[in-house]
Design a protein around this ligand. Structure first.
Ligand SMILES: [Zn+2]
Length: 247
């Protein structure tokens, strides 16, 4: 990262300070680029230093991200970056399946030439990042594709809801997925093709297929119990006899 940090900005820019909204946006971008590891502790002092602002400014941003579940606040420990469980990932993807197929069906009906150009441009830069092997940028762009669709829908509530769900999905991908982006190659472009063709059913089916694919990547139907501190402590408390082979 050389002269960049999680904010992605040079030290010269950082010295100018940021607003609360800019800090929130930069933190979301950092998560989209998979620069912030799930489960890690993050402090007001760290962020205040990085962004060149007072702790009260970063506190507002951290509180906002905590309200939408992106940061978790624990007594004594402070803030950690969310590490969604498989059960939480399942709930996120279920909500996205309820929303996003209908969203693209609706966009297909209302799309303008400018909307189509915007989507085509996005697919082109996604492909350029893939060709260049720029993994961080590709991960961010694949996440932003879904938000771009929400913006094109013109529904501000949809943008808010999908921003939250998309950021949390990115964190869940880091915790649970085998692949890097969670958005398989070519699926975005086939959704855009259906929107361009004016085929709402095809666009909705493409989005449902895509979200099902992401669900599979996240192994949300894996019924194996998830590791928890509570069960680990129980196991540790069981004593050394658990090491004895009885066969
Ligand atoms: Zn996607």
């Amino acid at each position: 990262m050389d002269d960049e940090d999680i904010s992605g900005e040079s030290s010269a820019k950082r010295r100018h300070g940021y607003t609360e909204q800019e800090i929130t946006r930069r933190l979301i971008e950092a998560i989209f680029e998979q620069r912030l590891p799930p489960g890690e502790r993050i402090t007001e002092t760290q962020l205040a230093g990085i962004f060149g602002v007072s702790r009260s400014v970063v506190r507002l941003s951290m509180s906002k991200l905590s309200d939408i579940g992106v940061f978790r606040k624990t007594p004594n420990l402070g803030y950690t970056i969310a590490a969604p469980s498989r059960a939480e990932a399942r709930m996120m993807l279920n909500v996205r399946k309820m929303i996003e197929p209908d969203m693209v069906r609706s966009i297909t009906m209302s799309r303008s030439a400018a909307d189509i150009q915007r989507l085509a441009d996005h697919i082109a830069i996604e492909e350029a990042a893939r060709q260049a092997g720029d993994r961080s940028k590709l991960v961010r762009l694949t996440g932003e594709f879904h938000l771009k669709l929400a913006e094109i829908s013109g529904n501000v509530y949809l943008v808010h809801i999908l921003t939250q769900l998309q950021v949390l999905t990115c964190l869940a991908i880091l915790v649970h997925a085998e692949s890097e982006t969670g958005c398989p190659r070519d699926e975005h472009s086939s959704i855009v093709s259906a929107i361009v063709e004016g085929d709402g059913d095809k666009a909705a089916a493409g989005m449902m297929h895509h979200l099902t694919h992401i669900s599979e990547e996240l192994q949300i139907d894996n019924l194996r119990p998830e590791p928890s501190l509570e069960s680990a402590l129980r196991w540790l408390g069981a004593g050394p006899e658990s090491l004895i082979c009885t066969s």
